[in-house]
Design a protein around this ligand. Structure first.
Ligand code: T4K
Length: 369
């Protein structure tokens, strides 16, 4: 039994004293929000770090998703994955859009592009795939289908901070990508998020949308929302960026340690990486299959008895939740792979401050069942 609880994640925090000078600047300048200096600096710093052209900061990833759909005038039906955090499909309901769920690929657990075309109807307007756990979707296949059928693509890249494939940043794909800077993410600004945009004009429109639709003091160009990131969050993000490579490097070591120790354990499948040239190791998901001596629920509870709080991301499956299960696409027979993954998944603790002895104790419990 571990004396202190081990959670699925713990936020990375820089030394507190290093944040004080940023706060002093905010106190001196008295610009607390609404496109202040730290906001602009963080947008620029993130463009450089992530290797993207335009980024618009948001108060969180969910408002960024809702706004991205508004920015592209998406309506009708959107093809998406049920195997994700509820924010993905909730963003559709908040825009009066009908989610159309398709099944996932059994290896990557991302939306299966081979299932997209059969789900397209006259009402389909867009595809919303998720780079689940930061593993890139098959972006080539998705963009080919989208082009053929004139559909928009909005990637929910909430987990994909810093992830790259052979084309560069994974965030450059699709019409828009959104990312989350929530406390539980690889890069956090306490709460926060962003939309990655392809051009300055789109960014300008999104900047208006996140500020109630104001384009100047008197002109309102759209029914916008308040989605702005405050100066405290933006300043914190600038400081966090100084430590991000160190944090991802430690995550990589932990992931490698898990992989070495758990590969070959009968009944445990490790979710493979899917072609990224740079990973962020945001999660360490395992699938507990029928060859393991106990099922996923029993392993989850056993870890809990040892004060280890792994998480069942993503269970329950979204399509089985009350606000979605009556949709025709939610039928379990339409989504066998996703339903199975939701029953087997367990995300193990991974965060920079996780100690090696804690890691070894988690591994020992899983191996010794
Ligand atoms: N799309 C996808 C695919 C997403 O995964 C998410 C969010 C979004 C969109 C929406 O982005 P945001 O609007 O959130 O920016 C968490 C997060 O709240 C959520 O951001 C995240 N995905 C989701 C996968 O996980 P919970 O309810 O599981 O979090 P919670 O509070 O249980 O935290 C998990 C563990 O982390 C705790 O047991 C302890 C630790 N923790 C948590 C917080 C908040 C800390 O140590 N400190 C903290 O401040 O949803």
């Amino acid at each position: 039994m571990n004396s202190k609880p081990i959670y699925v994640t713990r936020p990375s925090l820089p030394p507190l004293e290093e944040f004080i000078p940023y706060l002093e600047k905010i106190w001196d300048g008295q610009q607390l929000t609404n496109d202040g200096p730290f906001h602009g600096q963080l947008e620029q710093a993130l463009c450089e770090y992530l290797g993207v052209e335009h980024i618009s900061l948001f108060t969180n990833g969910t408002i960024a998703l809702i706004t991205a759909l508004q920015a592209l005038n998406v309506s009708g039906e959107v093809i998406t994955t049920p195997y994700t955090f509820v924010a993905t499909s909730h963003s559709l309901l908040w825009n009066n859009i009908t989610p159309v769920f398709i099944d996932i690929d059994p290896v990557t657990l991302n939306l299966d592009p081979a299932k997209i075309e059969a789900a397209i109807t006259n009402n389909t307007c867009a595809i919303m795939p998720v780079h689940c756990y930061g593993n890139p979707c098959d972006t080539d296949a998705i963009s080919k289908i989208a082009e053929q059928h004139k559909l928009k693509v909005i990637y929910d890249a909430a987990h994909a901070f810093g992830v790259q494939n052979s084309d560069g940043s994974i965030l450059s794909h699709g019409d828009l990508s959104i990312i989350s800077f929530h406390a539980t993410k690889v890069f956090n600004t306490f709460e926060g998020g962003a939309i990655i945009c392809p051009d300055a004009e789109t960014k300008q429109h999104i900047d208006y949308l996140k500020n109630f639709g104001f384009s100047d003091e008197l002109t309102v160009v759209a029914p916008g929302i308040n989605g702005k990131m405050s100066e405290v969050n933006a300043a914190f993000g600038l400081l966090q960026l100084k430590y991000i490579d160190q944090a991802i490097a430690r995550r990589k070591d932990i992931a490698q340690h898990y992989r070495n120790a758990l590969q070959g354990v009968c009944g445990i499948d490790l979710v493979a990486e899917s072609g990224q040239t740079r990973s962020n190791h945001s999660y360490f998901p395992i699938l507990v299959n029928e060859n393991y001596p106990i099922n996923r629920e029993a392993l989850y509870n056993k870890l809990k008895q040892h004060n280890i709080y792994a998480r069942r991301y993503f269970y329950p499956l979204i399509s089985n939740l009350p606000m979605y299960y009556e949709l025709a696409s939610s039928r379990p027979e339409n989504l066998p792979v996703a339903n199975r993954a939701a029953e087997q998944i367990l995300c193990l603790p991974i965060y920079p401050a996780l100690e090696n002895r804690e890691l070894d104790s988690i591994i020992a419990i899983i191996r010794d069942v």
